[in-house]
Design a protein around this ligand. Structure first.
Ligand SMILES: CCc1nc(N)nc(N)c1-c1ccc2c(c1)N(CCCOC)[C@H](c1ccccc1)CC2
Length: 338
């Protein structure tokens, strides 16, 4: 954790190209936790030692034990957070949190109940929200804001690299204070955030092959490191899936693996640039007992107004486009990932 040049890397683990998480420490002595660094939320929570033994998802993960930490400060305020895929309830505590070697005194939540679906599938323990303070539950100052106020970072930005192949090490990297040229080529193209307070931008359209099919009049896109997939309004995604010949089953959309090579690219128009994903980027090809299964990593999700309708560009987009989140200039930069 070399903060001498003001940039701090944290290696991430890539689980099946669908979950990316890195290690943080909480308390003294240090208690280790795997967390998703999540631009779609702005709170830190980890499972609590005091979680109910009936909460399977809590019980199968590392749990924070306040009673053994010399730097623990009691708070006790209630906490509840809702994600697109699951909710978490608990209470607030305060302790020293260390990210990439930088210590901050942080108010965070001890989770006492996690919705079994889908947290039983979580390979990570908790979530470290990298969103703006304006979306933080209970008005808690987020971790990155606490780090910025220490003035140890070269720039008030953070960047995310997600690898596209679980065998490729590291599975990813978070950089606080800058970017890591080892993981991108070319220059960054920037898009202003739509309203300061969220990591979202105006998208100018979504094309399939050369045809502009959705969002032609403009729409909102959230750049969300906490989502595995790309989501869009259910009607749009279902038309997109029909166009590429995908069938929907209970676990999402599938295509016949021998049609994969002929699938069209899907292009997202952000700022002055077109960001294309090919079948390499949006098909999850898994060889299973009953043969190969090709899952399309798009999901329909209708987010109710006033926030929705929105598109969420998640891990499969970020794996193709190395992303810099710039708090100084309220903008998001994309470069081609290595
Ligand atoms: C990181 C928190 C979060 N933040 C935001 N903004 N959006 C969402 N959707 C999540 C979220 C909540 C819960 C889970 C999740 C993600 N998972 C995905 C990790 C993505 O890692 C990058 C896993 C999963 C496995 C199976 C099927 C669905 C989901 C475990 C469960």
């Amino acid at each position: 954790d070399d903060t001498s040049n003001g940039t701090v890397p944290t290696p991430l683990t890539n689980y099946l190209d669908t979950q990316y998480f890195g290690e943080i420490n909480i308390g003294s002595p240090a208690q280790k936790f795997n967390v998703v660094f999540d631009t779609g939320s702005a709170n830190l929570w980890v499972p609590s030692q005091s979680c109910s033994p009936f909460s399977t998802a809590c019980f199968t993960h590392n749990r924070y034990d306040a009673s053994v930490s010399q730097t623990y400060v009691e708070n006790g305020t209630g906490f509840s957070i809702q994600y697109a895929s699951g909710n978490v309830r608990g209470f607030l505590s305060e302790d020293v949190v260390v990210v990439g070697g930088i210590p901050v005194v942080q108010v965070f939540a001890e989770a006492t109940s996690l919705s079994a679906m889908p947290f039983i599938f979580a390979k990570f323990d908790g979530v470290l929200g990298m969103g703006y303070p304006s979306v933080a539950i209970d008005g808690i100052t987020p971790v990155f804001d606490r780090i910025m106020s220490q003035h140890v970072l070269k720039e008030e930005v953070f960047s995310i690299y997600y690898s596209r192949d679980p065998k490729h090490l590291p599975g990813g990297e978070l950089v606080l204070g800058g970017t890591d040229p080892n993981y991108y080529t070319g220059t960054f193209n920037y898009v202003e955030t739509r309203e300061t307070g969220k990591w979202d931008v105006i998208m100018k359209g979504v094309s399939v092959g050369s045809r502009m099919m959705f969002c032609a009049e403009g729409c909102t896109a959230v750049i969300d490191t906490g989502s595995s997939y790309i989501t869009g309004p259910a009607s749009s995604v279902s038309l997109l899936m029909k166009t590429i010949g995908a069938q929907q089953d209970q676990s999402g959309y599938k295509v016949d693996c021998d049609t994969v090579l002929s699938l069209p690219s899907v292009t997202f128009h952000l700022g002055g640039q077109e960001y294309s994903l090919t079948h390499e980027d949006y098909i999850l090809w898994q060889s299973q007992m009953e043969g190969d299964v090709c899952t399309v990593t798009f999901r329909g999700l209708d987010v109710p107004p006033p926030i929705g309708p929105i598109w969420i560009l998640g891990a499969n987009f970020i794996a193709r486009y190395y992303t810099e989140f710039d708090r100084r200039n309220n903008r998001i930069g994309f470069a081609t990932a290595m």
